[in-house]
Design a protein around this ligand. Structure first.
Ligand code: NAP
Length: 321
C-alpha cells in the first residue's frame, strides 16, 4: 500500500478518502525530525503553510507527488522538486471568490475605518454623534490598481467594476483580455498604476521577481491619500518601508492579510497604527472554502500517485521525465 504524509490536519471525510487509497501518516510540522523521517519512505505528501526545503527531501527516494492545500506554492523549491521528479499540485480556483471577498473587506474596512471605529464603540467612547474626525473615504467610484490581475485579481476587479463602479487599472506581464472587456480594466505600467490609484491591491504570486516589488520608492510614488491592500504574500512588500511610509504619512493606510513574518510578531509597529487593518492570513479561510481546498488537494494527490492527474499541476515538466 502507498504511504502519504499529511502535515496539516484534514477534515474527517477528506482523511477517510485518502485512507481508501493509502496509509496516511499524520505529522506535526513542529516535530521536524519525525516529519523528515516520515517523508523518507513516503510516496506522497499533503499539507500547507510549511516551507519544504530541499534538505527535507534528501533520501525520500519513493516520493512521487506533493500536494499543497493552497494556490500559492512559494513554500516549495519547484526547480528542485522537478529535478527530483516530484510532481507538485496546488488548488487554484476553489479559493478565488473567498479570497476576493477578503480583499474587498480589507478595502472597505480600511476606507471606512470599520475596525478602528468598531473598537472605539466597544470601548464605550461613542458619547456624541460623530464628526469629521471619524469620517472615512469613499470606495465607490474610485480607482483600484490591481498588481497581478489573474484569478483572484479578476474576481476583485468584478466586485470593483460591477459592484462599486470603480475604475480598474492593472499590471501583469501579459494582458488579461477578459478583464479588459468585461470590467473595463486598463493595463498600465506599474509606475502609472501607483501614481493614479486610490487603492493599490497586490495579488501576484511571491517569486524572486515579485519579492519586495513594493518598497520605499514605490510607496513614495503613490498618492498621499492612497491605501495599500496586500493579500498576496507578505514579502511582496518591503514591510519596514511600509511601516515608515505609514508613520510618515507617505500613504494614508493599509489593509493587510499577509506579513513578512507570520504570525505577526507582537512588537510589530503595524499593530499600533490606527490606519492599518491587520488580519491573520484569512484570505481563503471560510469553512466551505477550506474544506473544498482540502478535498481538492487530496484528489490531486491520489490522481498524481495513480498517474492520472491532468490539472492543477505546478511543474508539468515532471510528466515528460
Ligand atoms: P494567478 O491566477 O496566477 O494570478 C497571478 C497574477 O499575477 C497573474 O495575472 C500574473 O500575470 C501576475 N504576475 C505574476 N508574476 C508577475 C510579475 N512578476 N509582475 C506582474 N504580474 C505578475 O494566481 P491567483 O490564483 O490569483 O493567486 C495569486 C496569489 O494570491 C497566490 O500566488 C497566493 O500567493 C496569493 N493568495 C493569498 C491568499 C491569502 O490567504 N491571503 C489566498 C489565495 C492566494 P502574468 O503571468 O501575465 O504576469
Amino acid at each position: 500500500m502507498k504511504k502519504i504524509v499529511a502535515w496539516k490536519s484534514l477534515p474527517e471525510d477528506v482523511l477517510a478518502y485518502l485512507q481508501q487509497h493509502a496509509e496516511v501518516v499524520q505529522v506535526h510540522p513542529a516535530q521536524h525530525g519525525t516529519f523528515v523521517a516520515a517523508l523518507k519512505d513516503a510516496d506522497g505528501g499533503i499539507g500547507s503553510s510549511v516551507k519544504i526545503s530541499s534538505a527535507m527531501l534528501e533520501g525520500a527516494s519513493r516520493l512521487k507527488a506533493l500536494s499543497t492545500i493552497s494556490v500559492g506554492y512559494d513554500q516549495f523549491d519547484v526547480a528542485d522538486l522537478t529535478r527530483r521528479g516530484i510532481l507538485l499540485a496546488h488548488t487554484p480556483d476553489v479559493l478565488t471568490e473567498s479570497t476576493a471577498d477578503t480583499v474587498f473587506s480589507l478595502i472597505l474596512a480600511s476606507a471606512r475605518r470599520v475596525v478602528e471605529l468598531a473598537e472605539w464603540v466597544k470601548a464605550g467612547q461613542w458619547k456624541h454623534s460623530i464628526g469629521p474626525a471619524h469620517f472615512g473615504v469613499d470606495v465607490q467610484g474610485k480607482t483600484l490598481g490591481i498588481v497581478g490581475l489573474g484569478r483572484i485579481g479578476g474576481a476583485v476587479a468584478r466586485r470593483a467594476a460591477l459592484g462599486f463602479n470603480m475604475k480598474v487599472l492593472y499590471t501583469n506581464r501579459s494582458a488579461n483580455a477578459q478583464a479588459e472587456q468585461t470590467y473595463g480594466a486598463r493595463r498600465v505600467e506599474l509606475a502609472e498604476l501607483l501614481a493614479t490609484s486610490d487603492f493599490v491591491c497586490l495579488q501576484v504570486p511571491l517569486t524572486s521577481e515579485t519579492k519586495h516589488m513594493i518598497g520605499a520608492a514605490e510607496l513614495k510614488s503613490m498618492k498621499k491619500n492612497a491605501i495599500l491592500i496586500n493579500a498576496s504574500r507578505g514579502a511582496t512588500v518591503d514591510e519596514q518601508a511600509l511601516i515608515e511610509a505609514l508613520q510618515n504619512g507617505t500613504i494614508h493606510g493599509a489593509g493587510l492579510d499577509v506579513f513578512e513574518t507570520e504570525p505577526l510578531p507582537a512588537d510589530s509597529p503595524l499593530l499600533k497604527m490606527a490606519n492599518v487593518v491587520a488580519l491573520p492570513h484569512i484570505g481563503s479561510a471560510t469553512h466551505e472554502t477550506r474544506h473544498a481546498m482540502a478535498r481538492n488537494a487530496a484528489e490531486n494527490l491520489v490522481a498524481a500517485l495513480e498517474g492520472t492527474l491532468a490539472i492543477n499541476i505546478v511543474n508539468r515538466e515532471v510528466l515528460k521525465k
